[in-house]
Ligand binder design. Structure first.
Ligand SMILES: NC(=O)c1ccc[n+]([C@@H]2O[C@H](COP(=O)([O-])OP(=O)(O)OC[C@H]3O[C@@H](n4cnc5c(N)ncnc54)[C@H](OP(=O)(O)O)[C@@H]3O)[C@@H](O)[C@H]2O)c1
Length: 276
């Protein structure tokens, strides 16, 4: 599996997304993912499945130091006291002393970047996380965080798929050695998987549409993806994207789809997004 070197972190380029995986189904699919070769699991306090993921980590024979585990703090908890309680709660539910990556899930509405940076960096000092990062941060917010943080930002986790143009975020992150981890990488399994351009490439490369899309993700320098699936077969399918390459022309054809700029995760609390 390709790994991304990101300011001291070595992150498997493809991980398992776990939003909406709950109860025993979550524990079961995480165990199956680890058995299938996944070494990167993405969760969040918000997903309410950390205990189930912790159970899978205890049941697997894969050693803890081979697994890259990310969790996140929800923006309403980004203040002194609440932040520490959120991280301690995540660690307790996961049954771990330390995660590999801790992210602020969305930029909080208050503009106190120094406070966000202080709280995040303090978790490294306390040994609660090996690396820190952000999610849904704009290019301007990334600049401010870099300036305010004592430790390097390893990741910006953002919505990324062939229907959204994230080239500005990619360029900003590349400039600072930050990995771009794409969420909703399959466009939530909707229209994108049936796109005629992707169907054409699937036929050309003898791969599934999901494999074509995931290959497009990991072929971008410094980029990875965290597809979610509840299916044991799709777990395996989604991981088999490192044994072929899309040609430059085919990458360009998929990059052209980003002109649609169809964002799936956009809420009243979203930041003012970078314009493509
Ligand atoms: N930081 C953030 O703000 C944020 C926001 C959203 C998501 N995330 C993270 O990103 C992860 C992925 O995003 P997502 O779950 O929203 O969307 P996604 O991974 O793009 O799509 C998941 C959907 O695709 C289907 N699917 C998976 N593999 C497939 C395949 N090979 N063929 C056909 N369909 C397939 C799944 O169905 P089945 O389960 O039935 O296979 C599911 O319905 C989340 O789980 C979460 O960890 C982060």
């Amino acid at each position: 599996m390709k790994t991304l070197a990101a300011n001291g972190a070595n992150i498997p380029a493809l991980g398992l997304g776990t939003f909406r995986l709950q109860s025993t189904e979550c524990t079961d699919i995480v165990q199956k993912a680890l058995a299938a070769g996944y070494r990167h699991i993405d969760t969040a306090a918000f997903y309410e499945n950390e205990a189930e993921i912790g159970a899978a980590l205890r049941l697997t024979e894969i050693s803890r130091n081979e697994i890259f585990l990310t969790t996140k703090v929800w923006p309403s908890e980004v203040s002194d006291g609440l932040f520490q309680r959120s991280v301690e709660g995540s660690l307790k539910r996961l049954g771990l002393d330390q995660v590999d990556l801790l992210l602020i899930h969305w930029p909080p509405k208050n503009a106190n970047v120094d406070e966000w940076a202080r709280l995040l960096c303090d978790t490294v000092r306390r040994g609660w996380t090996r690396h820190i990062g952000v999610s849904n941060f704009t290019t301007g917010q990334i600049d401010s965080m870099i300036e305010a943080c004592d430790y390097p930002i390893a990741v910006n986790q953002v919505e990324n798929h062939p229907y959204i143009d994230q080239s500005r975020i990619r360029a900003k992150c590349a400039q600072h050695g930050i990995a771009v981890m794409g969420y909703c990488p399959l466009g939530r399994g909707q229209e994108l998987l049936n796109d005629p351009v992707i169907a054409g490439l699937a036929a050309k490369y003898y791969r599934s549409p999901a494999q074509i899309i995931l290959c497009w993700h990991v072929q971008h320098e410094g980029a990875g993806a965290i597809p979610k699936t509840a299916s044991a077969d799709r777990l395996v399918e989604n991981l088999q994207v490192f044994d072929f390459e899309l040609s430059t022309d085919d990458m360009a054809a998929m990059n052209a789809l980003t002109r649609r700029h169809q964002r799936l995760c956009d809420y009243e609390f979203s930041p003012i997004w970078d314009q493509p």
